[in-house]
Design a protein around this ligand. Structure first.
Ligand code: 8YV
Length: 329
């Protein structure tokens, strides 16, 4: 009889993780390129002790189907796809991977900022399509970021890392959180109200987690507060922005442009109106997508899961109340 704990693995991960998962556990792996269909997720999770994956909608309905589940090991930092309360009520530890993806995600923020301001997609296309006939002083001019103001909404670990990078590029950084961040030097980033930030920033960069409070935080009214020359950067979650309102703001020149690593819906359909706009850059939720970072995330998530399944406290748990619960132990 197989006495290894049973684990649902909903994605294929880099490095040595898959080998370790297969060695340690009786794994049920989803290997297809698309997401697991909901019915299958419910069917497979039903007799599992652990879930190891990212991005699947782990609603109360799915969790209800998993009476043996002790741990949700999410290979990501954001846990908005998981019904944490439902997990806590059932003594299921929800673990995530903060810290290890901070630098990669902050790097990507600056990459999007520079891609937009230096018109990188057009520059590359210009060369590839054979339009580069000579070097002209007026050809595909971008804008400097030095001296411009970056407004960060949600200055947590990633927002702060982005602020440090922006400051190194000579930008002025302002930020808005529910409260000023303790210990943060105002020389690095100055605290402002949300409206003040929207009215002042040349670039508004979103880094807040998706919660009931931040859902559609950037709506038509708030977009109208931004400068007509301003650019919105979204590294957080697509639904922090009201996508229809954003489309109208971009199409009607209420703001100048958007550079987004996340969208709502996600993935964005090919015929989505946003993709028809010239002032939009969209990348496929690739903020943490470097080999080193994805490997570190996968290993940290594996550690978290191993610890819980050995009856030990995980390194990162978003619902420690579940951990102290006696329901499953
Ligand atoms: C992705 C992220 O989830 O950590 C997060 O919250 O959004 C990203 O790192 C990534 O696709 C994980 O596989």
């Amino acid at each position: 009889m197989n006495s290894k704990p049973k684990v649902l693995v909903s994605r294929q991960f880099v490095g040595d993780t898959m080998r370790q998962l297969r060695e340690l556990y009786d794994v049920r792996e989803w290997k297809e390129p698309g997401p697991m269909p909901l019915e299958l997720l419910q069917e497979w999770i039903a007799d599992c002790d652990g879930y190891y994956g990212s991005g699947d909608p782990l609603s109360e309905k799915v969790i209800e189907h998993a009476p043996r589940l002790k741990v949700v090991s999410h290979v990501a930092v954001g846990t908005d796809n998981i019904d944490i309360a439902a997990c806590t009520a059932r003594g299921i530890a929800v673990c995530n991977t903060p810290g290890v993806l901070t630098d990669a995600t902050a790097d990507m923020t600056i990459a999007l900022l520079l891609d937009y301001t230096r018109r990188m997609p057009e520059q590359i296309q210009f060369v590839r399509s054979g339009q580069w006939k000579m070097n002209t002083p007026t050809q595909l001019l971008g804008t400097d970021i030095r001296g411009k103001t970056l407004g960060i909404i949600g200055l947590g670990e990633i927002g702060e890392a982005a602020a440090r990078r922006a400051a190194a590029f000579g930008m002025k950084v302002i930020y808005h959180n529910r409260k000023p961040k303790p210990g943060l030097s105002p020389e690095l980033a100055e605290y402002t109200s949300l409206n003040q930030l929207l009215q002042t920033a040349d670039f508004v960069s979103l880094h807040a987690p998706l919660t009931a409070e931040t859902h559609h935080l950037i709506n038509a009214e708030r977009l109208s507060f931004m400068k007509p020359s301003a650019v919105l950067i979204n590294m957080a979650r697509g639904a922090v922005v009201d996508t229809d309102a954003l489309y109208h703001a971009l199409a009607e020149g209420i703001i100048a442009g958007a550079a987004m690593d996340v969208t709502d819906p996600e993935p964005i359909p090919q015929d989505h109106p946003l993709l028809g706009l010239p002032n939009v850059i969209i990348t496929p939720h690739a903020g943490s997508a470097t080999f080193e970072t994805r490997n570190a995330m996968a290993l940290l998530a594996l550690d978290n899961m191993n610890l819980v399944l050995q009856g030990l406290p995980p390194k990162h748990c978003v619902n420690p109340d579940a951990w102290v619960s006696e329901v499953k132990r």
